[in-house]
Design a binder for this molecule. Sequence first.
Ligand SMILES: *[C@@H]1O[C@H](CO)[C@@H](O)[C@H](O)[C@H]1NC(C)=O
Ligand SMILES: *[C@@H]1O[C@H](CO)[C@@H](O)[C@H](O)[C@H]1NC(C)=O
Length: 511
Amino acid sequence: MIRVIFISAVIVNLSCLAQCYKILTVFPMAAPSHYILGEAIARGLAEAGHDVTMVSPFEMKNPPKNGKFRDILLTGFIEEHKNHTVMNLFQMEHMNMITHNLALNFLGSTSTRKTLDHPNLQKLINSGEKFDAVIIEQFLNEGLKPLAEHFNAHLILFSTIGPNIWVDGFVGNPSPPSYIPDWTVAYPIPMNLYQRAWNLIIKTVSYANLHLLFYPDQKRIAEEFLPKGLNFNNALYNVSLVLCNSHESTNQAVPMVPNMVQIGGFHIKTPKKLPQEFQDFMDSAKEGVVYFSLGSNIVPSMMGEEKKTAILKAFGKLKQKVLWKWNEDTIHGKPDNVKLAKWFPQQDLLAHPNMKLFVTHGGLLSTLETIYHGIPVLSLPVFADQRMNAARAQEAGYGLFMPFSEITEQRLDEALKKLLNDPKYRENAERRSSYFRDRPIKPMDLATYWVEYVIRHKGAEHLRIAGTKLPWYQYYSVDSIALILLVLISPYFLLKFVLSLRKKTTKSKKE
Ligand SMILES: *[C@@H]1O[C@H](CO)[C@@H](O)[C@H](O)[C@H]1NC(C)=O
Ligand SMILES: *[C@@H]1O[C@H](CO)[C@@H](O)[C@H](O)[C@H]1NC(C)=O
């Protein structure tokens, strides 16, 4: 008996020796939408049997039973973030390109500094502990990347909005401005000449900002808070894998180098039963339900009286029932068909057969979830990548796009009528949903596979494209073109020279 226990213990341990890796995930943003993604990655890896440590402001509820899991809490971040979101995010809709870049620099600088300076992370840094892989959320925090080298680990990036200018350069992923709009704009695909020109300017300004202002600042922060001897510049480009939270069912189809993997939708859970209150509401809605949420960062009551009245009036005219995520207990003049709550089980509501339409800010998580369930959207984007997601939804024919500042009662009436009465929106959403679900392997299993692959193959250098090692003038063939031009034009000058010599000699003969 004892022997059996001993042998099975050895087997369990052996299987762990072969497959169980120590993984550190770093998701320092205090916004719930970022944590939802980090939590899903950490949980998924732990459930696959790995020993996962997660650095984040949030404590995991019901930590996974398989594998090992440990939280390293960035205490105080949530309280501070709450203070910041009191800032009116609706005002960000009209920020110009320069202010936007500088605002992001400031956000990245303060958050990286705070993260590296946090006593709980410093304790881990000084503990002498090692990891096999470090997964960092790619979000304005290059200063954290030398952590991988410090922990003797392979660096894996998690890109919250898929391939974009923040991450492409580190793995040499091509992103031509001629057909890939920057993530901050809502340009259609294909773009016209004017849009392509602006897109080129926007991408160039962002690129210059990153290389001239942002990375040097992050380097200083890393040098201030991390142990000496770590090489910041090497860390940036020593990326083994990029996990992209995107998918062609919702995002534009773009090129991806071999060490980029799309896992968009990995955070989506199989639907659970709704709380009774919502179950009854949904079941009794014979004409269907419209669900309105501006996500977890925007404080809806800051939208201003005018917009609020327009939305209330438009909703009041619907024969459908409406669920509205609202941060206060009530709204003056609330119509009877509208139910307010501060929180909704969003994924489970979208799964209900009576759900007809999602009126959304167009955040990427909401977009992925609505497509998973095949529900059309009315996108009212405010900032960040929301405009881009809204433009893609309209193009794909499963949504309409109305910038938040352009909302009027009449425009809302028209959009709601179209979306609720024309079956093509639902059909397109369902078609997109079938693209979304038709994959050879579940997205979280794919993520686990690639993380293990990179560790098994010691950083998987064979996947990296050589382009990351070239300076820009070699990458864009500027030096080759210069050489070719030289070769092409040199005969002309040579000939001219020879002719001028002959002229001189004939002249001198005549004399
Ligand atoms: C939040 O803001 C209040 C009032 O401005 C301030 O007293 C408090 O220290 C802030 N909390 C954090 C964690 O920054
Ligand atoms: C790059 O990372 C690998 C681990 O993935 C490490 O072994 C190697 O030394 C690093 N290279 C540089 C130049 O920092």
